[in-house]
Ligand binder design. Sequence first.
Ligand SMILES: Nc1nc2c(c(=O)[nH]1)N[C@H]1C(S)=C(S)[C@@H](COP(=O)(O)O)O[C@H]1N2
Ligand SMILES: [Mo]
Length: 238
Amino acid sequence: MGLILPKHFLSRRQLLQLSGFSGANLFLGGCGSSLFSDTVGQLVEPLNQRIEELLLTQKPVPEYPVSAIEPDKLLINTFDFAPEIDPTTFRLTIDGEVSRPLQLSMTDIQKLPLTSMVIRHVCVEGWAAIVQWGGVRLRDLVALVQPKSNVRYAYFKSADGYYESWDIASALHPQTLMAYKKNGQPLSVDYGAPLRLASPVKLGYKQSKWVTQIKLVSTLLPAKGYWEDQGYEWFAGL
Ligand SMILES: Nc1nc2c(c(=O)[nH]1)N[C@H]1C(S)=C(S)[C@@H](COP(=O)(O)O)O[C@H]1N2
Ligand SMILES: [Mo]
């Protein structure tokens, strides 16, 4: 079929499944005509070269066996309140310097390949826990919106007022997930439902819960993150 598709991305079958997304939600401002061919056509375009290179050079960090999960050790760490979000009306906005901004429902997101990983969550306050997260790779979501070549950061906005920014390499890491499952169960409200960041490459405070918007940008704003703006380190790598 001559489709140009990076092999670390979605298969053709998955693309065709994706094209079944409800059109109204898939593309902001889309005209709605010939959605099928339009969608598939956009998704198979190669990504820009900088991002392609990043994706090819990133190595996964070792994971733990399922038997190592510490179900009681992941403390709830919320700076203020846990927002109740109706998962049926929830939409994740992905926008910024991209060719195809999207608004995705949880049904859309759960049609994407599910990745499961057992990693250590580390909080700067002096505790850690081995956790299993399940969700969609952020790189798959980024690929859908077709980022411009100048994109260097991802901003994450949360429903409780929390905000974060990440370097694009960490955001595109193969184990950086937008998670909707924890230890094999659906994510609960306290732990960030319906959707949160989870990654073995960043400290706990980078892992935003209740994410409602992901914005891909070329410059870092003065407001870098909820804790960073109070003096914590921005990169916060593990
Ligand atoms: N929206 C939001 N995300 C957040 C926080 C928060 O207060 N609000 N706390 C952060 C901190 S400091 C940590 S350690 C982890 C804790 O995740 P958990 O509550 O699922 O253990 O969430 C991070 N993400
Ligand atoms: Mo934390």
